[in-house]
Write a protein that binds this ligand. Sequence first.
Ligand code: CA
Ligand code: CA
Ligand code: CA
Ligand code: CA
Length: 220
Amino acid sequence: MDGRSVMRCWGWIALGLICAAAAPGRGSCQALLNEIMADPATDWDGDGSYDFRGDEWIEIVNVGIDPLDLTQLYLGDESGGFVYGFEGTLASGEVRVVYGSQAVPWEQANGEAATGLRLGNDGDTATLWQVANGDTLLVDAYSYNTQEAEDDRSTGRNPDGSSVWEIFDALNPYAGQGPPSGNGLAPTPGARNDGEGSTPVASSTWGRVKRLFTADGVAG
Ligand SMILES: [Ca+2]
Ligand SMILES: [Ca+2]
Ligand SMILES: [Ca+2]
Ligand SMILES: [Ca+2]
């Protein structure tokens, strides 16, 4: 285990302490994982074709009251590597989605295996990290189970940023007993899960719109 991996293990253990100790405005816990599409079955990224890897997506949310600088935030994987590094800023209450097809070029440019977001379909853990002042800190982690990762189901917080996770299962209803439960809502990459607030940008929601309004969503 290299030094960076060791730091990440400590980050897991120290998550609660990090959140509790974060200075106001520092940003450590302003960002949370908000929605995850681990097993896409259609063209979510809107590039014209379905790809099991490229059409995966992860959404984060800024739960703070201040704009959030995203440049120190990274998505991780249990392999120990990062799969994506964010850029830009995120206003209070807004969300940002990253597709697997965006992760691949980031990985290629940063010496990581170019395998996208690496979201397993039989349960997996998504992680959000902050690298600042030489420290690699775990900001948020979410472990989903297999029913949260069936075709075109997302799992997400509802309302956004809350501790309640639900399955957004409008496209593939979940009738099982095990938590989390389905809510009958459609996945919302790049838009708030609760339908409030921010207006999604076109580039991040084209795949979703296409899926909802066309019959040939199951592209080959
Ligand atoms: Ca997957
Ligand atoms: Ca696609
Ligand atoms: Ca993984
Ligand atoms: Ca969303």
